[in-house]
Design a protein around this ligand. Sequence first.
Ligand SMILES: C[S@@+](CC[C@H](N)C(=O)[O-])C[C@H]1O[C@@H](n2cnc3c(N)ncnc32)[C@H](O)[C@@H]1O
Length: 276
Amino acid sequence: MTEPVPDIHSGVGFLGMANADSDFSSRPSSARIYDALLGGNHNFAADREAAQGLLTIFPLAGDMARANRAFLSRVVHYLLDRGVHQFLDIGSGIPTVGNVHEIAQRRIPDARVVYVDIDPVAVAHSTDILKDNPWAAAIQADMRFPDAVLNHPTVRRLIDLDQPIGLMFVAMLHFVPEDDAYRAVQSLRSALPAGSYLVISHGVSETVADAKEAEVTALYRRTDVSAAHGRTRDQILSFFGDAEIVPPGLVWVHEWPDGGDGDARGMAVVAAVGEI
Ligand SMILES: C[S@@+](CC[C@H](N)C(=O)[O-])C[C@H]1O[C@@H](n2cnc3c(N)ncnc32)[C@H](O)[C@@H]1O
């Protein structure tokens, strides 16, 4: 069956790469802005400028990115403890210290990891890092086309859809517009066998004044993503469908799973994990 074609603003992003005049080094991308926030060096001047703009609107943006990466590490250990040895990391971004495969394969050498990202630079770096790794790979794909993700030959080769899978959307769903996001997550979720987990960290709208939200959206409008907005806690929880949310539920990202000692004021990202 043909998947519906999501709306994407003109000439940008994955689809825009086909345009002869699309110059992705002069157009910031969400992956590279994030890399710049984390102090990485896989970014261009346009990305650093956008990251600086984000920090002006949101001074805690760097702290949030780091808290998010720390969550990613904790959640991979949590899933490994529960027998999950395969990971589909959607919107995986530019590889930085503490990638899913590093954490997982330190404990389970043949743990399988497929990174999925829309950003060609993120995928190129990931592919380079993984070139000698038989159990991990990166693919360029748009999660709004879930069938294309699930049927990708690399996913088929590395991920056994009959064994538990950690399906991860870490700090990425706020870049995906409403209907596309729910439809795609539901479609991917329903392909998972019992014993799998859905992991989401997400920007929450309650912390951001409307004016700031508008500024953030405007800033990301120049990038490759087709949306940039927080959702309410209820909206974020509805991604889980009938998956059972594990304790402590939906909490600030730095508080998952056991409190943490960070200051929640100004934090704008929440996280939860659901068991399928
Ligand atoms: C803020 S980064 C998060 C990276 C990583 N998950 C982490 O937490 O460190 C968001 C990522 O989502 C990717 N992304 C945005 N929209 C996407 C889509 N429709 N399909 C796949 N990836 C997407 C961006 O390219 C970017 O790398």
